[in-house]
Design a protein. Structure first.
Length: 258
């Protein structure tokens, strides 16, 4: 089984490069399953049904998310009913949506996708991610692969969860910081790991935002309304080959429009 996990999709540029490149990647690289973090896919913050439909039609099988998943209230209209969207499973009890989903792949196998948030420097008061993911794993039915999106601010927390899940998840990747790391590897017990997938969105930007707006904010310390940058886009992700639930090959993916 070959799976692709795509880093945080930011606004129209991120959606555009997925629309233009993902179908060919699925065909040419023999991809059986695609996960993308979609919490910034609608206008740079949040997710709508229209945007989710577009990403699903382009070949994304499951959308993970993070602390921005509820930024657009429209997500409440479909997040409970859609098994193709997950939010961090360690939100407090009673929050809409699900943190785990099990879906079929193109080759007839099954994949569990788990989404969990770190707690260090995050704006939301999440429950313990280690206990939450442990409970989620214990409740899973038999599947052919387990993919985990760790939406967290610090590299140490993402790495710690990667080691915690080594041998129990097929792939563990970090999201949220929008900068791709270069530490892809297979941990000793067979879990593919990358600290952060990076961002799928505007290349000439500050984490997807127009550079002049970020500079103004940082230099003057005055309120600024952030807007998604335009121009060429990049697509960041990780391709992993999984056999018998364990990763046997891993490849970091970075595509940039000219």
């Amino acid at each position: 089984m070959r799976v692709l996990l795509i880093g945080d999709v930011v606004g129209r540029p991120g959606r555009r490069i997925i629309h233009e490149r993902l179908p060919d990647l699925i065909r040419d690289r023999g991809l059986d399953f695609v996960v993308a973090n979609g919490e910034n896919a609608a206008g740079g913050n949040g997710l709508t049904h229209e945007v989710a439909d577009q990403l699903w039609s382009d070949g994304v099988d499951v959308l993970t998310s993070g602390n921005h998943i509820f930024d657009k209230r429209e997500v409440l209209d479909f997040i409970d009913e859609s098994p193709q969207v997950v939010r961090p499973l360690n939100y407090p009890a009673g929050v809409p949506g699900r943190g785990v989903t099990v879906r079929p792949t193109r080759n007839g196998e099954t994949v569990a996708v788990l989404n969990v948030s770190g707690r260090s420097f995050m704006p939301t008061q999440y429950d313990d991610p280690f206990q939450a993911v442990e409970a989620a794993l214990q409740a899973l039915p038999p599947v052919d692969a387990v993919l985990v999106d760790v939406h967290a601010e610090t590299t140490s927390e993402k790495m710690a969860l990667g080691w915690f899940l080594d041998g129990r998840a097929s792939v563990v990747v970090g999201t949220h910081t929008h900068v791709q790391t270069a530490d892809e590897r297979i941990l000793p017990r067979g879990t593919a790991f990358l600290t952060d997938l990076g961002m799928t969105g505007p290349y000439n930007s500050v984490l997807g935002v127009r550079t002049e707006l970020v500079l103004d904010k940082l230099r003057r310390q005055m309120p600024v309304r952030f807007e998604t940058a335009g121009g060429p886009a990049q697509l960041c992700g990780l391709i992993a080959t999984v056999e018998s639930g364990r990763a046997v090959a891993v490849e970091r993916l970075f595509i940039r429009e000219s």
